[in-house]
Design a protein around this ligand. Structure first.
Ligand SMILES: Cc1cc2nc3c(=O)[nH]c(=O)nc-3n(C[C@H](O)[C@H](O)[C@H](O)COP(=O)(O)OP(=O)(O)OC[C@H]3O[C@@H](n4cnc5c(N)ncnc54)[C@H](O)[C@@H]3O)c2cc1C
Length: 262
């Protein structure tokens, strides 16, 4: 038997860098370095563990939608051990929102072929955590989200979702989509051998026409959401220094009350 796993990985702007808005109020992606979303490293790790623990033939494909530089995210996932990669890139994707993103991902997943899709719990930039559910709906397959443990046995994906008061054991018949949390297990570092091997692994590039998607269905025009206004975060101001001359506690409390912290 064989198992085809597709892992959705997002190339995100580095949160430690300065990020700015472009004139059309989208994030200026040319202005900032990017990287593989840390939360998607957990998804890659779970796919690799399923492959390593399986007697079946398992193929792990990593998939991203993003600009040219998003290939860096694919290379990292390939260095970790994924077998091949798909990059969806098209100028008309500029301004695509979560609903458009789910359309493109679903079409690409179908084209790649899959039994199981593994996503992160949320991206580290948009952090909406909605894409896996939207993709499941479009593909018409079960979704089992926010798993901290995941395994596949006899055509069934099983996992544990930890809540505040209880943990649930969940399962779904394949094909299915799951998302995994940052509690699912530390992601491995790419080894030197892995980095060298990744250079030879196949990366396919698709645009919207390869996926039978019209430009109007995505991008800013096709988006269901619209950013009306955005402001840069104000520059940091000097802090308030309270010198304790016997009244420090009172002054501290007054300061916190003034800021509505207490
Ligand atoms: C070039 C470009 C321009 C964009 N412009 C805008 C914009 O102007 N406005 C806007 O609202 N959105 C825009 N987006 C889409 C946005 O970056 C998000 O991908 C989308 O809104 C999903 O929201 P999220 O990141 O919060 O996803 P979440 O729901 O938090 O993501 C959950 C999981 O879904 C998967 N996933 C999400 N996005 C991708 C992806 N791109 N590729 C592969 N897997 C993914 C990952 O596994 C992730 O862990 C743009 C995307 C691209 C590539």
């Amino acid at each position: 038997m064989s198992l085809r796993i597709v892992v959705t990985v997002k190339y995100v702007p580095d949160a430690t860098g300065d990020r700015h808005f472009a004139d059309d109020l989208t994030v200026d992606r040319d202005d900032v370095d990017g990287l593989l979303s840390e939360l998607d490293e957990y998804a890659v790790e779970q796919a690799l563990q399923i492959a390593e623990n399986s007697d079946d033939d398992v193929e792990v494909t990593v998939l991203t939608i993003g600009p040219e530089d998003a290939k860096d995210a694919l290379r990292k996932a390939l260095s970790m051990g994924a077998d091949k990669a798909v990059h969806v890139e098209d100028d008309d994707l500029h301004g695509t929102d979560a609903i458009g993103t789910s359309l493109v991902l679903a079409k690409a997943i179908e084209k790649a072929g899959y039994d199981l899709v593994i996503s992160g719990m949320a991206s580290t930039d948009g952090t909406m955590g909605v894409v896996p559910a939207l993709v499941a709906e479009r593909l018409g397959v079960p979704q089992v989200t926010l798993l901290s443990e995941v395994s596949v046995e006899d055509g069934v994906v099983k996992g544990r979702r930890d809540g505040d008061a209880a943990s649930e054991q969940l399962e779904a018949q394949l094909p299915a989509i799951v998302s995994v949390t940052d509690q699912s297990g530390e992601a491995r570092y790419p080894s030197f051998k892995g980095i060298m091997a990744a250079k030879k692994k196949p990366v396919q590039s698709w645009d919207l026409s390869d996926l039978d998607i019209e430009a109007e269905e995505v991008g800013l025009d096709g988006a269901f959401t619209k950013v009306e206004a955005a402001n840069e975060r104000p520059a940091r101001t000097a802090g308030t220094i309270v010198k304790d001359e016997g009244e420090g506690g009172k002054q501290l409390a007054e300061f916190l009350a003034g800021q509505k912290f207490i």
